[in-house]
Write a protein that binds this ligand. Structure first.
Ligand code: ACO
Length: 322
């Protein structure tokens, strides 16, 4: 059986760190409110002129070093983002040029905060079907560019950054004990568009800002995330008791805790970075994976379930053995 296994991981965060107190200067908000309601303490914001493809390329270079590979060893790049540098070309082809890759192919995937789950699923399909041996899967965002800085209900929540995984094909017995992506589960329901969207875009001839009915998104999140995580584990022939680590999308500590509780798993099995990164949308999962590996939480052979929900609504999960 041909499987996509993780060969390397890396991340990049822009230098500028913005603590919650920064927002107290301009908005009717407080560090206490933001910490208590979201778990966020600080986030990184890109520098002026620093773009999504810049950060994505930095993360990709670090993941390649971690994998012991060069850009010339990669067949394809998939970037999950909702904040590409330009309307076109894709951020992925810009990353391709920036890391010095002159062959293969690159494209973007857009599923907002669930983007990395959709990108991993696409990369897995390319590898399992034999169309690629090695795929760089990147999540990268500059959500600071689509914030309405007068809206305290959204602008305190998001941050910028990038994370990357190198996936590689490997032949094996195909059991749940073998390494690699074991199962994926994707979902979307466009009827929920109004809960989370940017009120502008190319065909509406405007730029737009992020708009969110946060408490309504919250209501969908825990149920849908626990269900998609269970679906991915079911497909892999596993249950929650087999899970070593949940790597959730980092939107809100209360959603993360609620999902773990619904899955009957303790918080000691959850990688949490929301306090340091805020919600970095499609970048949050590879960022959390990279941090979780660097600090020794996720070990070789661990069963990881990763899940996310975001605008669309779109949501999904991947079960994998690291
Ligand atoms: N500071 C102080 N008060 C605030 C702030 C703030 N920054 N933001 C909102 N409030 C106020 C509200 O105005 C409201 O006041 P009111 O009662 O006088 O009307 C009160 O706090 C409660 O507001 P709620 O929205 O009900 O607060 P809630 O506990 O739901 O927390 C939050 C809001 C943090 C947005 C939460 O709902 C959440 O995390 N939702 C999910 C977000 C998410 O997961 N998004 C999906 C991924 S993102 C993507 O796909 C791009």
């Amino acid at each position: 059986t041909r499987r996509a296994v993780i060969r390397g991981v890396g991340h990049y965060l822009p230098e500028r760190v913005v603590p919650n107190a920064y927002f107290e200067e301009t908005l009717d908000t407080s560090d206490e409110w933001i910490r208590a309601r979201t778990g966020i303490e600080r986030r990184h914001f890109a520098a002026e002129g620093q773009t999504t493809s810049d950060m994505a390329a930095r993360a990709a270079d670090i993941a390649l070093v971690n994998a012991g590979l060069k850009a010339s060893d990669i067949d394809a790049i998939i970037v999950a983002t909702s904040t590409a540098d330009l309307t076109f070309p894709s951020a992925a082809t810009m990353v391709q040029a920036k890391i010095g890759m002159k062959h293969g192919f690159a494209f973007d995937v857009q599923a907002v905060c669930a983007g990395f789950i959709f990108a991993m699923t696409n990369a897995n399909a390319l590898i399992v079907s034999g169309q690629a041996e090695r795929v760089l899967v990147i999540g990268a965002e500059t959500f600071s560019r689509i914030m309405d800085w007068t809206d305290r209900t959204t602008c305190v929540l998001f941050g910028d950054g990038a994370g990357a995984l190198v996936l590689e094909s490997q032949e094996g017995a195909g059991t749940p004990q073998d390494r690699g992506i074991l199962a994926t589960d994707l979902n979307s329901d466009g009827r929920f568009k109004d809960l989370l969207y940017v009120d502008g875009g190319v065909s509406t001839q405007s730029t737009g800002y992020l708009r969110m009915e946060g408490n309504q998104v919250f209501r969908h999140a825990v149920t849908k995330l626990a269900a998609t995580a269970k679906a991915a584990l079911d497909k892999a022939g596993l249950t929650a008791t087999d899970v070593d680590w949940i790597v959730p999308h980092q939107a809100n500590i209360r959603i993360i805790e609620g999902t773990a509780k619904k899955m009957n798993l303790p918080m000691s099995k959850v990688v949490v970075t929301v306090q340091d990164h805020g919600n970095t949308s499609a970048a949050s999962i590879p960022l959390a994976m990279s941090v979780g590996r660097a600090n020794g939480q996720i070990k070789d052979g661990d069963l990881v379930v990763t899940e996310a929900i975001g605008g669309g609504l779109a949501w999904g999960a991947v079960a994998l053995r690291w």
